[in-house]
Design a protein around this ligand. Sequence first.
Ligand code: SF4
Ligand code: SF4
Length: 376
Amino acid sequence: MNAKNLKEELIAYSKEIGIDKIGFTSADPFTELKNRLLTQQELGYQSGFEEPDIEKRVNPALLLEEPKSIISIALAYPSKMNERVESKKGERRGIFSRASWGLDYHHILRDKLKKLEEFILTKVPDARLKSMVDTGELSDRAVAERAGIGWSGKNCAIITPEFGSYVYIGEMIASIPFEPDTPIEDQCGTCTKCLDACPTGALVQGGQINAQSCISFLTQTKEIIPDEFREKIGNRIYGCDSCQTACPHNKGKNFHFHDEMEPDPEVAKPLLRPILKLSNREFKKQFGSLAGSWRGKKPIQRNAIIALAHFKDESAVSDLVDILENEVSPIAKGTAAWALGKIGGETAFAALKRAEEQETDQEVQREIKKGLSFYN
Ligand code: SF4
Ligand code: SF4
């Protein structure tokens, strides 16, 4: 089978199975990326979720023997909900970022890549193929950029001319020498809208992000959130879209091509207070199919506490007192102590004073003091 014909067949097949964009690039190492990653590492800007071996992230030959090309795929996701939640006065809601609406995109992309693999193997039975989605090995974005899917914006997202940056991307390394596509020219120009919109200044400069101060990363950690970011997190309980919604190339981009990606508004924009009381089983039932549940229940509960403090929701005080007095996790207790101080009122004050007497954990004690400091 000639690689040129197979590429054309593959492009046609990709459309049939609902892949919105496909691009091809060589399997050469990503040398420029290596320097960028080394700088990120030196500056301490990494999230810690990445593949620790930088060589693996830039050299496809370490992931598949004698690779000849890489196929990059993109699926467009919705940026607006078709259905709205019914807002009732006094009910506060959190928000999952768009990349966590609908079914976990890892499943959707893996399914498409598997179909592509099967198609290729019917034509080239001895082909060697390795598919990846967000594994942290190869950089999905570097591959997509070089394969002409989109350019890498100053907001660090891949921006496609067709769908903006609201795309999920994945890739497959192949032993077949597909002809590479041409990268798309950077169209950011002098724009700095994403940098200006970032609540925490995490976009250090165009195309460079300090994960340690990015809300998207912070909401996924399991530790206590540093003070300076708590108010800025607002009601985001997973992820952050601000540098994408600010981008002019995303204006009017809202595609509903894939049923699995349709968000249930009650799940993507959930009521905050019930989250505090979810059992593990209930959490799994409500949120388990979302990409945003990958770190489990605790980070989402901690973020919900921060969101309730952001809204100064007095109706949450009794639940927060319950967490402060009866929870095991010092992260939840400490965050609740801080939130009680933020919300204020006599009940919260009395609970903080009681906890100050009884609490033995130093981290929680620190947060109790912060909570009480709001009364000064
Ligand atoms: Fe800033 Fe949010 Fe973008 Fe992170 S995701 S860089 S916090 S705007
Ligand atoms: Fe580029 Fe402007 Fe979009 Fe940022 S907001 S990614 S600078 S076009």
